[in-house]
Write a protein that binds this ligand. Structure first.
Ligand SMILES: [Zn+2]
Length: 439
């Protein structure tokens, strides 16, 4: 009957063939092992993208339906990684991590390791957030979100970060409310004093703006015990970063995890890695993971002091947890869906549901003999390591290590610049395309 209809109506047939020639999808990643913890998928699936969004995830999507098909068999396909603790307010006009030389521009390190979203953890405060937005956030291809420092100037250096008179909860909350698209939380950090003022102001700002607070506890002092921070001062949904830093009371004398940690977790307080240049030690992390206390989120605390030391990049930190015995699915969960939930970006980020932003990491899991270094310089052997193969941001390929998307040079006809804007974002500068179709 269908054949009859087509025979009788050649115009209909013409319309159908024109439709398929136009292609349903811009980009199709074919044959990879998809790990999408939110949707409980860990299996070989094809992923199709249209207009910068996830269009279909299925067992077999015909290659003819896409403008660009990429073979990713043998690789892992995950939501774009979210680095919950980074320092990307780089520049030459500011100081330190606040517009100075110790922050790193996001595109310099993120996309090549599958990270499509970084959350800057307090480099800017209310006085220099506008400069940060103008000089870095609005120009980067990496998506940049912000924990706004409770201190007015962010992190220009130690002296400013001790000034409790410049920690204005109302002003910080007002700025966060006015910039809800970018500011996802409040940061408190590096305080050395004996009092709780910065923590209390941070939590106050978080409550006013209804956003989480991330705490770097600074100097650990007996006047303000860490146990009190996580059992009393922080609200459910607030984050303690630097979870495996040696000063954190973690183990008793026989090497058992202290029960208050589980109590804090039960209250809803979250523990982030925040590796950095000082705050990740195997002697804390290994027993914690083995005894059932994994981090809620895996993050780098990237800055000039950590990027070439033990930390290196997001995939190196994730690989450490793999080699401590965590499963790949779990490591991906704590680098995608969980951080998206922590910053309340569940709709668009951290998963591959139809309609989500098409931010995707394609990763290779290498097996062999590897080594890893912690923040204090101790080493650990490992047998597997993740590397970045291909990164897609808002539906466009922004990083392609092994020319998977490329026609071979000796098989091209006319030799001209390659790629088309519907799927290719790896050549030239500029932000990921907005959520409208560009032709
Ligand atoms: Zn930091």
């Amino acid at each position: 009957m269908m054949v009859d209809a087509i025979m009788r109506f050649p115009i209909l047939l013409l319309c159908l063939s024109t439709l398929s020639a136009q292609s349903s999808y811009d980009l199709l990643l074919k044959g990879g092992h998809v790990i999408d913890p939110k949707n409980k998928i860990s299996a070989v699936r094809d992923v199709a993208i249209r207009d910068g969004l996830i269009a279909t995830v299925a067992r077999d999507i015909p290659a003819t339906q896409a403008r660009k098909v990429v073979d990713v068999a043998g690789l892992y396909v995950t939501p774009g990684l979210i680095d919950l603790h980074a320092h990307v307010f780089a520049g030459s006009e500011g100081k330190g991590l606040a517009g100075g030389h110790t922050s790193i521009f996001p595109d310099d390190f993120a996309l090549r390791v599958g990270v499509t979203t970084v959350v800057d953890a307090g480099s800017s405060g209310r006085r220099n957030f506008a400069q940060f937005k103008k000089t870095v956030i609005d120009r980067a291809r990496t998506r940049v979100l912000v924990f706004l420092n409770i201190g007015g100037s962010g992190m220009p250096g130690d002296e400013h970060e001790q000034d409790v008179n410049d920690m204005d909860a109302k002003a910080a909350a007002d700025l966060a409310i006015a910039n809800r698209d970018t500011i996802v939380g409040i940061k408190v950090a590096h305080y050395r004093g004996p009092d709780w003022t910065p923590v209390e102001r941070g939590v106050e700002a978080g409550a006013l703006a209804n956003i989480p607070v991330m705490i770097d506890f600074g100097e650990f002092r007996p006047e303000r015990p860490f146990q009190e921070l996580v059992l009393k001062k922080l609200r459910p949904g607030d984050i303690y970063t630097h979870a495996f830093y040696v000063p954190v009371p973690m183990l008793d004398e026989s090497g058992r995890l202290l029960p208050y940690l589980f109590e804090a977790r039960k209250r809803g307080v979250l523990f982030d890695v925040g590796h950095g240049g000082a705050a990740f030690e195997f002697r804390q992390a290994v027993p914690a993971v083995k005894q059932g206390f994994p981090p809620d989120s895996i993050s780098t605390d990237v800055h000039s002091g950590s990027i070439n030391a033990g930390m290196k990049d997001q995939l190196n930190v994730m690989s450490k947890f793999l080699n401590m015995g965590m499963s790949l699915d779990d490591v991906v969960y704590r680098s995608t869906w969980n951080p998206a939930r922590i910053i309340h970006r569940e709709e668009q980020l951290g998963h591959l549901s139809v309609g989500a932003l098409a931010d995707i990491a394609v990763l290779r899991l290498e097996k062999g003999k590897f080594g890893f270094v912690d923040s204090w310089g101790a080493g650990m052997d490992g047998v597997q390591r993740l590397t970045g193969e291909l990164t897609v941001s808002s539906g466009r390929v922004v990083y392609d290590l092994n020319a998977r998307t490329r026609e071979r040079w000796d098989r091209l006809g006319k030799y001209q610049p390659q790629g088309e804007p519907s799927w290719d974002g790896s050549r030239g500068a500029g932000r990921p395309r907005p959520l409208t179709r560009s032709k």
